[in-house]
Design a protein around this ligand. Structure first.
Ligand SMILES: [Zn+2]
Length: 228
């Protein structure tokens, strides 16, 4: 065997499994970013979703948790799953509700492009629920807008993928005031997944995002900002 480089320590420790209640594919790992007081990859994903769902005049994607209180698809995960899932947080177990719509097909009315859906069988019981976007921005401009939005420190205070979340507003006003970054766990809504971030960590992210947006506007490439 050739082209194999031994590493003295593991780069990542990951355990993969399927959650029996939600049927979600899960991966639990030790994120070195968390230990170093930096944002985790999970946090960055929530930031991207938050921006595309909640911070554009014409959203690109819907929030699958608060989109509809009900939908017409009996097979939708939102309708099938009413049970609670035990979750461990702050040294105690709490039951949380894990529900979201997996019946949605995103349809863009400007471009006539739509997302795929497992069962596009509109005649059967498992039909999709359409959600319409009127956003016509290209990926490059969306990316620069994303960098611009998170070049402002106060925009890190309340990040969620449930756009009208009263729980988050209350949490930020009460329990989360001491944190520099507030990113709400999508299901365990009391949990701030970025509570380990210190001032210098946030400062660093804001500076990099701001520089990257500036470089792209000057004509820099994606590779240029990756090498910053
Ligand atoms: Zn649904």
């Amino acid at each position: 065997m050739g082209m194999v480089a031994p590493f003295p320590i593991p780069l990542a420790k990951i355990c993969k499994f399927v959650d029996p209640a939600s049927r979600l594919n899960c991966a639990v790992g030790v994120d070195t970013a968390l230990r170093m007081g930096q944002l985790s990859t999970y946090s960055y994903i929530i930031m991207v979703l938050h921006f595309l769902m909640c911070k554009l005049d014409r959203p690109v994607i819907p929030s699958l948790q608060d989109l509809y209180s009900d939908c017409s698809s009996p097979e939708c995960f939102y309708n099938r799953n009413h049970g609670l899932v035990p979750s461990f947080f702050d040294n105690k177990i709490e039951n949380i509700q894990v529900r979201f719509h997996d019946c949605v097909r995103v349809e863009n009315r400007k471009t006539n492009v739509y997302s795929t859906f497992d069962s596009d069988d509109t005649d059967g019981d498992n039909h999709y629920t359409p959600w319409y976007s009127d956003n016509n921005d290209n990926l490059g401009s969306l990316f620069i807008d994303f960098l611009d939005y998170f070049s402002v420190k106060k925009n890190f205070k309340r990040i969620s993928i449930i756009c009208d979340d009263g729980d988050l507003v209350n949490a930020v006003e009460k329990d989360w005031r001491q944190y520099y970054v507030g990113i709400q766990d999508p299901f365990f809504t009391k949990k701030n997944i970025a509570r380990n971030i210190k001032y210098h960590g946030l400062d660093n992210v804001v500076e990099i995002f701001s520089s990257a947006a500036h470089l792209l506007r000057k004509g820099g490439s994606f590779q240029d900002i990756c090498e910053m």
